[in-house]
Design a protein around this ligand. Structure first.
Ligand code: AMP
Ligand code: MG
Length: 515
């Protein structure tokens, strides 16, 4: 086996296992392909020379049924070519889809998969998409490539989010090639294989709405088609196949509103800053999509802007829910030609805030150790967030230390470690006293807290260290981080250094849209 792959599988994986890829055309469903050519351009990925493995997610390969004890030689060499875009499996029908969108609040017109190519849909309904696999008709003069650095970040982040219970696209692997790719400096190319039931975005609806009513075989007829397709394939909660389009549109908007509200609650609770919440990056299915200049918070700075290119702070951490709601208005507008009754859209959209608050409340209560709501828990939480904001307290470390203080009570040591995080000890003591008062009547569950508040989070500096090693062809840092982030609630004493405070240089890391 290639050393990079051995590195990835070292956490208890069975060394005898390997790739076994689907080999019959009937192994692929290709649902999106059936929508027809108004929705995409058929094309093959552009090959990259001499690819190598950078990271491999054997857990996901196993879920897909592609990682087995082979009764024939492992197909690793074939997998490497397929997931770099150099070979296709029988039955794959590769395509790049077209969409539009609002970027930084402004209508950007037609966009599309400029560097992503959908290879096909597995029989179990997972779309397999390459990112960075060469130019498409939607590349808009860009090169269709992705660099190693951003590909590693997407690979690790999507698996970290999945392990935290946040809805997200997944990542099967990253392959690299020494082919140069120009960004601010000269870098090298990589391809991420992404996996999700669908990569549909709000922007897909905006695209067909913008075409107007009359377009040869197109326009709003395509909008209607996309609506029926999406509902049937991805929204079992709607059961709307028999309804007229107007009601289907309302149902879809309602369902997307609820899913998006839940997604945003997760982001805020885990401290995830997306960075580019343009409508073309908003998943119709309520998944975290298109990891670019994202960041998991170190210190709790509510108005933190993680994207160096976002000079106005449009996508600041504490603006994300508001922006998601604004984006839902763009989706509602796109559905308007089908809706007939604008009031029904308005009603659907008003469900965002209560759904967000309810789900956020549930997630934050679990962080405090409670499965149920208790009188006063909202005030307690707000007081805590105000305290943390005042001191920019390290967000992951605070929650993990709090979990330990509760789980190991009455041992004084973990509580002292928690208290040590604060400069204003009196203010912390006051908060702790009110927590204890509530805890007296409603015991927080320490085990729940340790299973809710992760020890390991993909901080920028950890990704950066793994990237620097990978740029020197040592992929062990990627494998190590993947293993830890896939089990972020376990103690992993040998990797405790990965749960440390960020070093001083972490604040100098600048993550921009360049990827
Ligand atoms: P993003 O906000 O990074 O998701 O990208 C916005 C749009 O630009 C999408 O349509 C992408 O497909 C496209 N895009 C970004 N980078 C590239 C690239 N290097 N080559 C081609 N298209 C790109
Ligand atoms: Mg995008």
């Amino acid at each position: 086996m290639n050393p990079a792959v051995t590195g990835v599988t070292k956490l208890g994986d069975n060394e005898d296992m390997g790739f076994r890829l689907p080999d019959a055309p009937s192994d692929w469903g290709n649902d999106f392909f059936k929508l027809g050519t108004n929705f995409f351009t058929e094309l093959r990925p552009t090959p990259l020379p001499a690819p190598y493995w950078v990271g491999l997610n054997t857990a996901l390969a196993q879920d897909l049924g592609w990682w087995e004890t082979p009764d024939h030689p492992t197909e690793e060499a074939l997998a490497l070519q397929v997931f770099t875009g150099n070979a296709l499996l029988p039955g794959m029908q590769p395509l790049a889809s077209v969409y539009s969108g609002h970027q930084f609040g402004v209508w950007a017109g037609q966009l599309g998969d400029g560097r992503a190519i959908l290879l096909g849909t597995t029989a179990s309904g997972q779309e397999i998409q390459l990112k960075g696999s060469g130019p498409t008709p939607y590349s808009r003069r860009a090169d269709g490539r992705a660099v190693l650095r951003s590909s590693i970040r997407e690979f690790l982040a999507s698996e970290a989010m999945h392990a935290l219970g946040v809805p997200t696209s997944r990542a099967l692997c990253v392959t690299g090639s020494d082919t140069p790719v120009r960004r601010e400096t000269l870098e090298t190319a990589a391809v991420v294989t992404r996996v999700a039931p669908s990569f549909l975005r709000f922007g897909h609806f905006e695209h067909f709405a913008a075409q107007g009513p009359a377009n040869d075989g197109g326009g709003w007829r395509n909008l209607e088609r996309l609506l029926a397709f999406s509902l049937k394939a991805y929204f079992p909660e709607c059961d709307a196949t028999e309804l007229p389009p107007a009601q289907q549109a309302t149902q879809l908007l309602q369902a997307v509103t609820l899913r998006t509200a839940r997604l945003l609650a997760h982001w805020q609770a885990v401290g995830f800053c997306h960075g580019v919440m343009n409508t073309d990056n908003m998943s119709l299915l309520g998944l975290t999509l298109d990891y670019g200049p994202f960041q998991f918070l170190d210190g709790f700075v509510p108005d933190h802007v993680c994207n160096h290119s976002d000079s106005h702070g449009r996508y600041a951490f504490d603006q994300q829910a508001r922006v998601a709601h604004w984006n839902l208005y763009r989706l509602a507008r796109a559905l308007m030609p089908l809706l007939q009754d604008p009031d029904s859209a308005q009603t659907a959209l008003t469900e965002f805030q209560p759904a967000f608050e309810a789900h956020y409340g549930r997630l934050m209560r679990a962080k405090l150790g409670w499965r149920q709501a208790h009188e006063g828990d909202g005030v307690l939480m707000q007081a805590l967030l105000d305290l943390m904001a005042a001191e920019a307290t390290d967000y992951p470390i605070f929650w993990r230390r709090l979990s330990r203080a509760v789980a190991q009570a009455p041992s004084p040591e973990p509580l002292n470690e928690l208290r040590d995080l604060f400069l204003d000890r009196a203010r912390f003591d006051a908060w702790w006293a009110s927590y204890q008062q509530l805890a007296g009547q409603n015991r927080p569950d320490g085990a729940l807290m340790l299973a809710t508040n992760p020890k390991f989070v993909l901080r920028n500096h950890l990704a950066e260290q793994a990237i620097q090693k990978a740029q020197a062809k040592d992929f062990s840092g990627v494998a190590e981080l993947l293993s830890v982030l896939q089990t972020p609630f376990d103690e992993h004493p040998e990797w405790t250094h990965l749960a440390d405070f960020p070093p001083a240089w972490a604040t100098s890391i600048q993550i921009s849209c360049s990827s």
